[in-house]
Ligand binder design. Structure first.
Ligand SMILES: NC(=O)c1ccc[n+]([C@@H]2O[C@H](COP(=O)([O-])OP(=O)(O)OC[C@H]3O[C@@H](n4cnc5c(N)ncnc54)[C@H](O)[C@@H]3O)[C@@H](O)[C@H]2O)c1
Ligand SMILES: [Zn+2]
Length: 717
């Protein structure tokens, strides 16, 4: 139930994470041997990549290596090897016997706004005037192909190959949605674009492949490449196509890119412009950056993989004038997004039982940055999938994350498997209640369903740091669950003394007392309700932060993933989890609200003063732990505070207007030191941070609670 593992927070600044490549600042190799050795590593990797085989390295590693080779070649022109992978399209690896009408080029890359501005400025210089407008379209992560139509009929389909000649894949064209066998008119034209696999088709393709005894594809890109090049499969996997260029369009000379794409869309071909990603036109660099950011934000909702945005000059005269190098056009550039697949070590496989009894394997990873976010755990989908993929603890695995989607493990690098790695054994019985598992569906479930976790979640709800319901111990809870009186925390509020008294071991008096205690818990602040609900990736202090920030449950549940990230220490991964958890908890939250449980956080900024407050009372009365600027002081409580648990000590800090923190730094405003305080007190002294004995703090709290408006200064000496 409430999973304690919160380390997955992208805010975890203490995580060690492999750096993301910055191609522009890559370091050269010092010796010609190192340079040659790098080329020797690049070649087989590129071969595997373009063939759709298992990847030899992740893209970021590949790009970093290639960038270093480039940097070396710039610095040491004498070392450059003939046939260097930097000079040719597709690293000069792929090839075939279908010669292209004009070379099929690659694209140059930029990685941030500054590099994009530099590129645009250079293009303006080459042209001798500002570019006449740009377009922005998705950079689809698949295989480039050229489709030849004669009199409206598809006559040939070839891969990009080495750019000069590619492989004939015409027989596979029938699998490709978006590339019709016949156009709407008898045009003779060459359409170029990307063949790829949608996320849904990828899932389907892997099922097919496994059903035929194969191993699943590592990612949609290699699935597309492999399927397109396989001529003799016993089964078909669906592919898709989106066009991004056209050649020899009848009457097409002088058309802008925008108009040319519209023309081939009219002929019945799917285009990037017609895809959910669209192809906006942009007049200025700022428009461009906004369009790229919008595309980046939509990544993960498109239904297919993109690895960047492609910017092109829209005007044909601009393109002619700019021309191309041997590898890439000068009038276009790929703005790459942070890599969405990286490798990491699989540290453990945990088995989680969800609120509804669903049992899932979860990967615990060495922290790795994927798609701009630090990831420490990922889904392994289900046990069938896990066993089929044969992913083992200790493996180097591919971690993929698209947009806001939960990261997933797509495969393991078998050549790096430790000799002693053991195959994973799925659980025999429910890891929580040790009851039977229902394996009839792909998603395994505890046969007890929701009831499996009921005891645990009720105990968590009633705990001292949550709703603090005295008398609701494990035995009573077990009795309530067994009698079918309670399945979720909200049911507690329906109990009456009579029903309770029928339970074994509970006398009339205790039953009456317990009902009163349950009733009293209705006034607990929102932060404790949240803690009690056991929202994954939040604990007591995160619950307090959320409650203070949003002030009320309706405001919290209405918050978007982006708004959740406004809360301190909530990064994208945690925000997405919290949002998903709140949706899952919505029925219980509604039930609790109906039963009159308080859903607001007293004293939260922006929360209106209670209706019964005397006129003129502010929502936030003068608080002792506010700075002169009205901002919360950062306070660390170490050691015990008389009469309070550790959690209550932290709660008190926030109740008094401060912000509680766990570690002492130069930015700490105050350290409350009680019995049993350790190194934090010494650290405070060392840094010259103000210190207050915990007894004084308790006095300050009591004074505040008595409505005396005490000041911090009065309690400091
Ligand atoms: N992991 C590996 O081992 C490995 C090996 C080789 C290559 N790679 C990856 O492949 C990339 C290099 O491959 P590349 O030369 O094909 O270049 P690229 O993929 O960076 O860019 C060029 C290609 O983008 C595609 N494209 C997609 N959408 C487009 C659009 N809207 N307009 C125009 N083109 C579009 C075209 O196929 C074009 O050929 C690198 O980023 C590298 O990470 C990885
Ligand atoms: Zn169970």
């Amino acid at each position: 139930m409430p999973t304690k593992r919160t380390a997955a927070g992208p805010d975890g600044t203490d995580h060690e994470v492999a750096p993301v490549v910055d191609a522009a600042k890559a370091a050269r190799f010092d010796t010609v041997e190192d340079y040659r050795e790098a080329i020797a590593r690049i070649r087989p990797a590129a071969e595997a990549y373009y063939a759709g085989d298992d990847l030899a390295m992740d893209d970021a590693t590949y790009d970093a290596l290639l960038a270093r080779i480039s940097a070396t070649e710039r610095a040491e022109p004498g070392w450059v090897e003939a046939g260097t992978p930097t000079a040719a399209v597709g690293a000069g690896i792929a090839g075939g016997d279908v010669e292209h009408s004009t070379p099929m080029l690659s694209l140059d890359n930029v990685f941030d706004a500054d590099e994009l501005r530099t590129w645009a400025a250079r293009l303006d210089r080459v042209l001798g005037h500002p570019v006449h407008g740009y377009t922005v379209e998705p950079k689809i992560d698949g295989m480039a192909v050229a489709a030849r139509y004669v009199d409206g009929r598809l006559r040939g389909l070839a891969t990009r190959g080495d750019g000069r000649a590619g492989e004939d894949v015409t027989t596979q064209a029938r699998l490709v949605a978006g590339l019709p066998a016949a156009l709407t008119g008898p045009a003779t034209v060459e359409v170029r674009g990307e063949v790829f696999m949608t996320d849904a088709d990828f899932a389907r393709a892997n099922e097919l492949r496994v059903a035929h005894g194969g191993r699943p594809f590592a990612n949609p890109r290699s699935a597309a490449a492999g399927t397109l090049r396989a001529q003799d499969r016993a089964y078909d996997a669906p592919l898709s196509f989106l066009a991004y260029a056209v050649h020899d369009l009848p009457g097409g000379e002088g058309l802008t890119h925008t108009a040319a794409m519209a023309a081939i869309a009219d002929l019945g071909v799917a285009t990037t412009a017609g895809s959910p990603a669209g192809m906006p036109q942009c007049a200025t660099i700022d428009d461009l950056l906004a369009a790229i950011a919008a595309l980046g934000a939509a990544r993960g909702t498109l239904g297919f993989d993109i690895d960047g945005a492609v910017v092109k000059a829209d005007d044909p005269a601009d393109r002619d004038r700019a021309g191309s190098s041997s590898r890439a056009p000068r009038w276009a550039i790929a703005h790459k997004f942070p890599a969405d697949t990286r490798t990491s070590r699989l540290a453990a496989i945990e088995v989680q039982v969800g609120r509804t009894g669903v049992i899932t394997p979860v990967a615990v990873l060495d922290p790795v940055q994927v798609g701009g976010v630090i990831v420490t755990s990922a889904t392994l989908h289900n046990f069938d999938d896990l066993v089929r993929r044969d992913v083992r603890v200790g493996d180097t695995v591919f971690v993929r994350r698209a947009g806001e989607v939960i990261p997933e493990i797509t495969g393991a690098k078998l050549d790096e498997r430790p000799a002693d790695a053991q195959p994973f054994t799925p659980p025999e019985d429910c890891p929580r209640c040790h009851g039977e598992i229902d394996r009839s569906q792909k998603r395994w479930r505890c046969v007890q369903g929701r009831a499996c976790g009921a005891g645990e979640s009720l105990a968590y709800f009633a705990a001292r740091d949550s709703m603090d319901i005295e008398g609701l111990g494990d035995k009573v809870i077990a009795g309530l669950v067994a009698a079918g009186l309670v399945t979720d925390p909200a049911d507690l509020y329906d109990l009456d003394a009579e029903a309770l008294a029928k339970l074994e071991r509970l006398g009339r008096t205790s039953a009456t007392k317990l009902v009163a205690n349950i009733e009293a818990s209705k006034t607990q602040p929102l932060s404790r309700v949240l803690t009690g609900l056991g929202v994954r990736m939040t604990g007591r202090s995160m619950s307090r932060r959320l409650a203070r920030h949003f002030g009320s449950m309706p405001a919290l549940t209405a918050a978007t993933v982006e708004q959740l990230q406004e809360v301190e220490a909530v990064g994208p991964e945690r925000a997405a989890t919290i949002a998903a958890e709140l949706i899952e908890l919505a029925p219980v939250i509604a039930k609790l609200t109906e039963r009159g449980v308080n859903m607001t956080e007293p004293g939260a900024p922006g929360l209106a003063a209670p209706a019964d407050a005397p006129p003129g009372t502010a929502a936030t009365p003068s608080l002792p732990l506010r700075g002169e600027d009205g901002k919360p002081l950062t306070v660390v409580v170490t050691g015990s505070v008389p009469g309070l648990t550790r959690n209550e000590g932290n709660e008190a800090v926030e109740h008094l207007g401060g912000r509680s923190s766990g570690s002492v730094s130069a930015r700490t405003d105050l350290v409350v030191v009680g019995a049993g305080a350790g190194s934090k007190a010494a650290k405070a002294e060392e840094l010259g941070v103000r210190v207050m004995p915990s007894e004084r703090f308790a006095d300050l709290l009591a004074a505040h609670n008595a409505g005396e408006s005490p000041t911090l200064a009065a309690y400091l000496d």
